[in-house]
Design a protein around this ligand. Structure first.
Ligand SMILES: Nc1ncnc2c1ncn2[C@@H]1O[C@H](COP(=O)(O)OP(=O)(O)OP(=O)(O)O)[C@@H](O)[C@H]1O
Length: 219
């Protein structure tokens, strides 16, 4: 098993403003498996992804990635986790404005010491970005920026990819094409994919689906 989340809880705020977002969430993911996480707006999907990616701490529970307990890592350990094991595609693309598209795509892989120019070119082609490589992010449309963020994550071939609505800014035809490319590429790299989506169509294309409601998984 690659990812094992057990009984995770997370509360935000204090007193009357207190919201128990996650009330004991458990899930697991095998290497190479794809899983859709659905749930109403505000149900805690992004919160769960942040906890798994080591971007925030749960109040209680355990998150083990490839045997490492993520919840007790210090800052350096969490930085290593994000460099070597987890790739994230979040709603904010977090591209680096001063770098050209080609360098944004290879950035994460270079940090991890895994940059492969042939693979980067393959990714750019499959994501429809080959003619955009020498541009800067601000010269791209939102949908193109989203594809660069996907390319950057896939370039590093992480064992686990966490994606929050990765095709949310794309029209239906482009979203389908990008999802096809993502699923093919994920299979080639044998990465596991945990994807948050509001789309039943996207969810149906994953190996499994789980639903988050009232702070728990109700699959
Ligand atoms: N840092 C924070 N401080 C306070 N409350 C927060 C914080 N982050 C999230 N929340 C609250 O936690 C709840 C879950 O938010 P989250 O973003 O995880 O939901 P979501 O299921 O991803 O929603 P959406 O589908 O709209 O993106 C919301 O009520 C939100 O307001």
């Amino acid at each position: 098993m690659l990812l094992d989340v057990e009984n995770v809880t997370k509360t935000f705020g204090a007193a009357e403003e207190r919201i128990e977002v996650l009330r004991g969430v458990s899930l697991s993911l095998d290497a190479g498996e794809t899983l859709a996480l659905t749930g109403e707006s505000g149900s805690g999907k992004s919160t769960l992804l942040h906890l798994i990616g080591g971007l925030d701490h749960p109040d209680s529970g355990s998150i083990r990635l490839d045997g490492t307990e993520v919840t007790t890592l210090d800052d350096a350990g969490r930085a290593r986790l994000r460099r070597d094991q987890v790739g994230v595609v979040f709603q904010q693309f977090n591209l680096i404005p001063s770098l050209r598209v080609a360098d944004n795509i290879s950035f994460q892989a270079r940090l991890a010491g895994r940059s492969d120019p042939d693979w980067n070119a393959t990714l750019a082609g499959r994501l429809g970005l080959s003619s955009q490589l020498s541009k800067y992010p601000e010269q791209l449309s939102g949908g193109q920026q989203q594809r660069v963020a996907i390319g950057r994550t896939l370039a590093a071939k992480p064992p686990l990819i966490l994606a929050d609505e990765p095709t949310g800014n794309l029209d239906e035809a482009t979203a389908d094409a990008v999802l096809d490319a993502m699923l093919t590429l994920v299979r080639e790299t044998r990465s596991a994919l945990l994807i948050v989506t509001h789309s039943g169509h996207v969810a149906a294309r994953m190996d499994r689906q789980i639903h988050l409601a009232k702070g728990r998984i109700a699959s």
